[in-house]
Design a protein around this ligand. Structure first.
Ligand code: SAH
Length: 257
């Protein structure tokens, strides 16, 4: 069995309980060494074989996963954040399926959630934005034409942009071209939840300048949107005048038999 495990955004105690148990039981761990905190591996058995996929091709990774699973070993493929975002897991899953090897996935805390905690932000604020766009700039991996930053920016929803820290002049231009105001609040969150985390608040217009000033070129998320502004309407969920499935209006939250 191969399990694709989300390692979380960085801090070694931000993996799930299940993910850590799988690491403890693993005979083989293949981890994404470019972004996974190696401290996570400390719980492994002495006999566990560890591979760093940063130095391997897909074929080499598959060889380790397939041979391990065929010889009855517990194999963990450890990906940063949650494996479902920019994890290149589907191609591994499909290759395993083709070989008849069973696999599962164990979710993790994505870095976009780590960034929200670093910012003390809620991405969905009443009267401001109720949607989050997770996207990236086209790089060596292309992005479909209909998913341009400019197109998404026109919605003025909250945007969290992955894998784009090296392209901030173009990113800010696209965000502005799409319709964000120049002074729309933005932030660069470098290594969210790691000990050397850095949070730089700025505006859409000053993203590139801010990253340059702070020397940030990678391992960062860009967040843009008025949810970073601090102005919003109170939630209906906890409004005394609003009934929910758990609470009648004006009840004050007291528990009744
Ligand atoms: N599956 C991962 C994303 C992998 S893509 C997840 O769910 O988070 C790699 C990109 O994620 C990086 O280029 C960076 O944009 C972002 N990233 C990963 N970890 C990060 C962290 N701790 N802080 C900020 N950005 C991070």
């Amino acid at each position: 069995m191969v399990v694709f495990v989300g390692a979380g955004p960085g801090a070694e105690d931000l993996i799930t309980v299940r993910g850590q148990r799988l690491l403890k039981e693993a005979d083989i761990i293949v981890y994404a060494g470019s972004l996974v905190n190696p401290a996570l591996l400390e719980v492994r058995k002495d006999s566990c074989d560890v591979y760093n996929s940063a130095c391997m091709t897909l074929e080499e990774v598959l060889e380790v996963l397939i041979q391990g699973a065929r010889t009855g070993k517990n194999v963990v493929r450890l990906h940063t954040g949650d494996p479902c975002l920019y994890g290149a897991v589907k191609e591994q899953m499909d290759a395993l399926a083709k070989e008849g090897i069973p696999y599962e996935a164990c979710p993790g805390v994505s870095s976009f959630c780590g960034a929200a905690s670093a910012l003390g932000a809620e991405y969905t604020l009443p009267g401001v934005s109720q949607s989050v766009v997770i996207t990236r700039m086209a790089g060596r991996t292309p992005v479909p034409e209909q998913e341009s930053i400019r197109g998404f920016a026109a919605h003025k929803a909250t945007m969290v942009i992955f894998l784009s820290t090296g392209m901030l002049p173009q990113l800010q231009e696209e965000l502005l071209a799409g319709g964000y105001e120049k002074d729309t609040p933005a932030a660069i969150v470098y290594k969210a939840t790691w000990p050397d985390e850095k949070v730089c608040r700025c505006t859409v217009e000053t993203l590139a300048r801010t990253a340059e000033r702070e020397g940030i070129t990678r391992t960062a998320l860009i967040v843009a949107g008025n949810v970073l502004d601090g102005r919003y309407e109170r939630s209906e969920l906890y409004n005394p005048a609003f009934s929910t499935g758990f609470r009648k209006a004006t009840d004050g939250g007291r528990d009744h038999e």
